[in-house]
Design a protein around this ligand. Structure first.
Ligand SMILES: C[S@@+](CC[C@H](N)C(=O)[O-])C[C@H]1O[C@@H](n2cnc3c(N)ncnc32)[C@H](O)[C@@H]1O
Length: 197
């Protein structure tokens, strides 16, 4: 792996350590429960979660709003952060379903694990992993969700191939992400937010 890739990953990791451990510190991107509501989450669902669960939310959209999850489904959340989407998904798939959250930042994984306890959601587990090495067998997953993570992945085709590997035939990828157009100005980035440096 080139030095550049390692350096990029380390900068991304350090940013999200901060979001996990110091959620009230100023960030260059919107985060927390107010941001989730602005992005289209049901305000009642967000308010029903303990603040500790929602304070480190750092998503860019609402992947759960793209298609309803069904009871019994197995879901993988790539770059789950502090676990808001995973926890909401676990409630939707119910006790016969299962959610596996994956994040490369240890502090996020710890917080997500604690958050599942705080939200009293038992059918979710969290793993410290990179997105290109998902802890699921071939064709075993009904839905992959991801919120604001692909843009941070240094090898996007590899992550997509891994998504394809774990999804069953007919499974779904529900993702929200950001694209940087070369003509975006610094002012526009400041206004919308910047999730990486
Ligand atoms: C913008 S945050 C979004 C977190 C969460 N999805 C949410 O909506 O609150 C991006 C997350 O992706 C994780 N991440 C970035 N690159 C990753 C990679 N290659 N593999 C796994 N996780 C990654 C970061 O640690 C961070 O928690």
């Amino acid at each position: 792996m080139s030095e550049d890739v390692n350096e990029i990953k380390e900068r991304i990791r350090l940013r999200f350590v901060k979001v996990a451990t110091d959620p009230t510190a100023p960030q260059r991107h919107p985060h927390g429960p107010a941001s989730a509501k602005k992005l289209g989450y049901d305000p009642a669902e967000i308010d029903a979660l303990p603040t500790v669960v929602t304070e480190s939310f750092a998503g860019v959209g609402n992947p759960l709003g793209l298609h309803a999850l069904r009871p019994g489904e197995t879901v993988v959340d790539i770059g789950c952060g502090a676990g808001v989407d995973s926890i909401l998904a676990a409630r939707k798939v119910g006790p016969s379903g299962r959610v596996i959250g994956v994040d490369m930042t240890a502090e996020m994984v710890k917080k997500a694990t604690d958050n599942a306890v705080a939200a009293a959601v038992p059918n979710v587990e969290f793993h410290q992993r990179e997105a290109d090495r998902l802890p699921a067998g071939d064709g075993t997953v009904d839905v992959v969700i991801s919120n604001g993570v692909f843009n941070l992945c240094t090898d996007k085709p590899k992550v997509l191939a891994e998504v394809y590997r774990v999804l069953r035939p007919g499974g779904r990828l529900q993702m929200a992400d950001i694209l940087l157009n070369e003509t975006v100005t610094d002012e526009q980035v400041e206004k919308k937010g910047a999730w990486s440096d």
